[in-house]
Design a protein around this ligand. Structure first.
Ligand SMILES: [Cu+2]
Length: 334
């Protein structure tokens, strides 16, 4: 009896030692602080995911579409530069840019126009430019351009729509996430009905902070599809801080291009229904009377609506985590 007790005691002690060793071999547990969803609304406007500013202060990034040009030969020149840009209030990002801005310049041509294009690389590394509005051999036109080199070619903008352009140098996700994208509108030859026109380019920023407090790309966040900011026209909630004034009942046309590089846009105007949406901007593919339309990464769409009464109307990506991260703006109808 005594012997059996001793054996069982030894066994328990050995098991306890083993368990102890196993515990010691376990990697130390990281304490993750539980994140608490905010319950205080940032704005008193319904769907106001960011504080709403005054429409008396014009937005630093102009949302108005450029005028259509009547020239049939369009000379376009873009210079690639690395520069610092503002992506949110007090947040500076070390960006790779077309013409020193993010998004790059909004380009506008008409169906059938010849685009005479020159690209100049003033950055210290290879870059390129891919026009979704062109039908051309990428091996010739979208090749990597070395620092201080330039490239010249022509293409005919054959298909009307709202197209993306972007750097196509690998890894493409890195070059796009660093700011190398923009919109090119190709108007149909017969034109579109008069309207107040805006361009919104949606994109994401994945950031980490450097010693001088500038932000730079966080590659792991990019691969994990976890942006810090999702924005229209390069800045967090730009048009919530500076609402866009429009007329009650006025016809509005929005050219929306989604540069990504990862997040689909669910474009929606709160308090409105789209009279018509042209998928990819194509005349042949339009929807009538729709609430929300997906703009895929690397795609575009043209949205038309009217705001029925005076008031503040948010426009958002209805993927609301993205609206919380900055994909929100406001129309102020008067
Ligand atoms: Cu690039």
């Amino acid at each position: 009896m005594r012997r059996r007790l001793a054996v069982s005691c030894c066994l328990s002690a050995a098991l306890a030692v083993l368990a102890c060793r196993e515990r010691a071999a376990e990697p130390p547990r990281r304490e993750i602080a539980p994140s608490t969803p905010p319950t205080a609304a940032p704005a008193d406007v319904s769907h106001g995911e960011a504080p709403v500013g005054s429409e008396d202060q014009p937005p630093p990034v102009d949302p108005n579409a450029p005028q259509a040009s009547t020239a049939r030969l369009q000379h376009i020149r873009i210079t690639i530069r690395h520069t610092k840009i503002a992506i949110a209030t007090g947040v500076t990002y070390d960006a790779w840019t077309f013409d020193g801005r993010v998004p790059g310049p909004v380009l506008r041509v008409t169906e059938g126009d010849t685009v005479d294009f020159t690209l100049v690389n003033r950055a210290p590394m290879p870059h390129s430019l891919d026009f979704h509005a062109a039908e051309i051999a990428p091996s010739r036109a979208y090749r990597n351009l070395m620092p201080n080199d330039s490239l010249h070619y022509r293409f005919v903008a054959r298909v009307p729509g709202a197209f993306m352009y972007h750097c196509g140098t690998a890894p493409v996700a890195l070059h796009i996430a660093n700011g190398m994208y923009g919109a090119i509108i190709v108007d149909p030859r017969q034109g579109r009905a008069p309207a107040k026109e805006f361009v919104f380019v949606q994109s994401e920023f994945y950031t980490k902070t450097l010693a001088d407090s500038t932000r730079t790309i966080d590659w792991e966040k990019l691969l994990g599809l976890a942006p810090d900011y999702v924005v229209f026209n390069g800045r967090e909630a730009e048009y919530a801080h500076h609402p866009i004034r429009v007329g009650v009942g006025e016809k509005l046309r929005m050219y929306v291009v989604n540069a990504g590089p990862n997040r689909f846009s669910a474009f929606h105007v709160v308090g409105a229904i789209f009279d018509r949406v042209y998928l990819d901007g194509s005349l042949g593919h339009s929807l009538e009377g729709v609430q929300t339309v997906t703009v895929p990464v690397g795609g575009g769409a043209i949205f038309e609506t009217r705001l029925g009464e005076a008031g503040t109307y948010p426009f958002v990506s209805h993927a609301f985590a993205d609206a919380t991260k900055g994909a929100v703006g406001m129309f102020e109808a008067r």
